[in-house]
Design a binder for this molecule. Structure first.
Ligand code: NDP
Length: 481
């Protein structure tokens, strides 16, 4: 199936007529074509957004909210079609797309449809000076949203929903590796009555189409989710132009397990936090630190549970793990596994490619557990972003904390303990943007989401996202009494 750009409410071919192959990772086959858009397409999307902005930014909150809710309803109505498309494009199990990705895309619109009606700004009375200050929060204008391939519609809408709720018009680019559900979203927006030009979706490569969005002089804010290296490059282009930037980048998240935790709950959740979506979630706990006194038992039980995971065709109901997203990504992940021994690591489970019946050319890999003995190895310092976790033991709280923080990333951490004092100490001292205690990836969309260190700058979620997508202006009114 060939897809098109969505500009000014219409589906159009790229101006240069160039396309990129779109792969189905479960079969390793080309199944469609994606526009390889150029600067000219981005300019056309910008012009549509600019034209739509005066009217959209003056549309009442009630009306904006109504349209966003309609988009959410239509996403849920088309859940089956969207989940099938997401699974085919990305390789993820269809069950996951149905339970998580697509419902969450609808929730993103529902949440910001409601949040915008509750968003308010501060007023400060300057007592004794006969003045009142208040803050006007105005939409920025045309903003850019760029998202990755791992949770395609989920992360794409996580940016678009707050941007348009706040009154902006958007030029957006999904990953060229997984463009299908973003394409389908265009049809949904038209059906929901979103005015022409409020959302424009331009497909293409990061280095050309994405770069053109970031470098566009009049796209004044960029919300980006992706790799740390790409984030650094985007910052270097956007910063001299004084653009607002929100960067949600890579992670190398610790999963810290103490002997006093609820063992069975921890075990089941740790299987999920290690291998959900083939380990391709920025929040996956890829470094597992286990208190020494339960380490050997944990190793036995964890291997046993992981061995039960079924790697298979994403469209099969009983598949727990589907295909990795691309041949290049599979090769990257496999190279870390193959290099493990050289770094003193011991593969205690998995490590091999999997051949799936009727999908022999798909990009499948076993869930892989590697025992490491040195936190400084690249397996524990670099983001692998696949179904690979390391396990390592620790003796004391101090050692666990030191190991957890000894990494360039700082997105999230998971802590398993029933000790309240330890919970408070770790929550304060872990160098991450998010700490989960006795759970994982339990999301409340009102909370700030983002990382520290090389995991990014800024926060999304809740009012933080609406603050990002608006420009605060201080109004000071003097009135002699
Ligand atoms: P990339 O950084 O490769 O790409 C992300 C997006 O940026 C894609 O749409 C890509 O386009 C685009 N892009 C690439 N180069 C440029 C450029 N020079 N200018 C503008 N846009 C560009 O990340 P991946 O897609 O490989 O995603 C995986 C990464 O995303 C992991 O590091 C993961 O941790 C991170 N991530 C972070 C999350 C967070 O919330 N912190 C959540 C989810 C993922 P294209 O692919 O089409 O070339």
């Amino acid at each position: 199936m060939n897809i098109q750009n969505y500009i000014n409410g219409e589906f159009v071919n790229p101006i240069n007529g160039e396309y990129i192959d779109n792969y189905n990772p479960s079969k390793g086959e080309i199944y469609g074509q994606t526009p390889n858009s150029s600067k000219e397409d981005v300019e056309s999307a910008y012009q549509a957004a600019k034209t739509a902005f005066p009217s959209w930014s003056n549309t009442t909150l009630e009306e904006r909210s109504k349209i966003l809710l309609k988009i959410a309803d239509l996403i849920l109505e088309k859940l089956e079609v969207l989940a099938t498309a997401e699974s085919k494009d990305n390789g993820k199990p269809i069950s996951l797309a149905k339970q998580v990705d697509i419902p969450r895309a609808a929730s993103n619109f529902q949440f910001f449809a409601n949040a915008i009606t509750q968003f308010s700004s501060e007023a400060h009375e300057s007592v004794g000076l006969n003045a009142v200050n208040f803050t006007l929060r105005q939409p920025i204008g045309v903003v850019g949203c760029i998202s990755p391939w791992n949770l395609p519609l989920y992360l794409f809408t996580w940016k678009i929903a707050p941007a348009i709720a706040a009154g902006n018009c958007v030029v957006a680019k999904p990953s060229e590796i997984t463009p299908m559900t973003a394409y389908l979203l265009g049809e949904i927006c038209n059906e929901a009555g979103l005015p022409k030009g409020v959302l424009n979706i331009v497909h293409g490569l990061g280095t050309s189409t994405g770069q053109a969005i970031v470098a566009h002089p009049n796209i004044k804010a960029i919300s980006f989710t992706g790799g740390t290296k790409t984030g650094a490059h985007i910052a270097s282009v956007a910063a001299p132009m004084f653009k607002k930037l929100s960067l949600e980048l890579g992670g190398k998240n610790p999963n810290i397990i103490f002997a006093d935790c609820d063992y069975e709950k921890m075990l089941a959740t740790t299987v999920r936090s290690s291998f959900a979506n083939q380990g391709q979630i920025c929040l996956c706990g890829s470094r597992i630190f286990v208190e020494e006194k339960i380490y050997e038992q944990f190793k036995i039980d964890f291997i046993k549970k992981v061995a039960e995971l079924k790697v298979g065709n994403p469209s099969a109901k009983d598949t727990n793990m589907g295909a990795l997203v691309s041949a290049a990504h599979l090769a990257k992940v496999k190279s870390y596994i193959d290099g493990a021994k050289l770094e003193g690591g011991k593969i205690v489970f998995g490590g091999n490619k999997v051949t799936v019946e009727n999908c022999e050319n798909g990009y499948y890999l076993q869930p892989t557990i590697i025992e490491v003995f040195d936190n400084k190895c690249s397996l524990n310092q670099e983001e692998i972003f696949g179904p690979v976790v390391t396990i390592i033991s620790f003796k004391t709280d101090e050692e666990a904390l030191q190991l957890a923080n000894d990494v360039p990333y700082g997105l999230s951490a998971t802590l398993w303990t029933n000790n309240l004092n330890r919970t408070m100490q770790f929550s304060k001292q872990l160098q991450t943007g998010i700490v989960w205690v006795n759970t994982w990836m339990l999301r409340d969309l009102r909370t700030p989401f983002g990382g520290v260190k090389n995991s990014g700058v800024g926060r999304e979620g809740g009012f933080e996202a609406l603050r990002f997508f608006t420009e605060p202006k201080n109004i000071c009114i003097y009135s002699p009494s």
